[in-house]
Design a protein around this ligand. Structure first.
Ligand code: ZN
Length: 285
């Protein structure tokens, strides 16, 4: 089901389901609190999705994030309960979309669950860009960190997810806040990673904001609920409330990067002043 924002048509497309340890997802929040909202399985994992966003605009078709793709190892699949096959491509095809139809790919950051689907193995077993006609945009700082081989970031990035993009000259490095095509702009938030960015989609006075890992689950709406994975947690705590407050005040559509149940919604404040998601004006969380 798609959502209209002005002239733009937005569709959330799953890049694959996954399960991640609930403690990793909620950082300093005690389990007794988070397990009321996200029931862990017998391995303490909670059910999540990778919510990619397809945006059709008069100036081209944009895909925001790409899920984990089809190159994961058997070990990763088991630990994170990843889906077999190529979930993003299968879900795009079910919508009648072919990879050649995508003109722009925006990567919020280069972790495997966002950038893994950006490349795929060709018939010769060589990783190559999944969307052959697209330019791929990412923050310069994110690219620098992902390619730097820093010991403190060991295991955070898999180069076959993104080096083929540069090798084939399809890379567009962004320097901070930028407009990528008319009506689609990014804001560098840092926080989760140094070069993490969120995406604003604006058409005819309407706005949607793709939150990626600034607020991956509805459960991350409270200021202090953030991921143990955040490299700069205080930056997330500073930036996230500003973005979410503005979204609530201006009635923007928000898209959560990983929530398995509520991937889009609008925000209001309840009587206690806490942000909650509403859909059809009925509070859900
Ligand atoms: Zn993520």
């Amino acid at each position: 089901m798609s959502i209209q924002i002005g002239e733009f048509e937005l569709t959330v497309v799953s890049g694959g389901e996954l399960r991640i340890d609930g403690g990793n997802m909620f950082g300093v929040v005690p389990k007794v609190l988070w397990q009321r909202k996200y029931e862990p399985d017998d391995r303490n994992r909670i059910a999540m999705n990778t919510n990619c966003l397809l945006v059709k605009t008069p100036d081209g078709t944009v895909l925001i994030d790409t899920g984990y793709g089809s190159k994961c190892t058997e070990r990763q699949r088991k630990i994170l309960a990843l889906q077999e096959g190529a979930p993003l491509l299968e879900n795009l095809r079910a919508l009648g979309m072919d990879p050649i139809d995508v003109n722009q790919v925006l990567l919020t950051h280069l972790h495997f669950d966002h950038a893994g689907g950006a490349t795929m193995m060709n018939d010769a077993g060589v990783p190559c860009p999944t969307f052959p006609n697209a330019r791929y945009s990412v923050q310069q700082e994110e690219w620098d960190d992902a390619t730097a081989d820093r010991p403190e970031l060991a295991g955070a990035y898999f180069k076959e997810d993104f080096l083929p993009i540069a090798d084939q000259d399809k890379l567009n490095l962004l320097q901070g806040d930028s407009e990528v095509i008319p009506g689609i702009r990014v804001m560098k938030t840092g926080g989760h990673t140094r070069g993490h960015q969120i995406v604003y989609i604006e058409s005819k006075g309407e706005t949607a904001v793709y939150l990626a890992d600034l607020c991956p689950l509805v459960g991350h709406l409270p200021d202090m609920w953030s991921m143990a994975y955040d490299q700069f947690p205080l930056e997330t705590r500073r930036t996230k409330p500003k973005v979410l407050s503005e979204a609530a005040d201006k009635d923007w559509l928000v898209i959560f990067g990983h929530d398995a149940d509520i991937n889009t919604g609008r925000l209001i404040r309840n009587k206690k002043g806490e942000l909650v998601v509403v859909r059809d004006a009925l509070p859900i969380g």
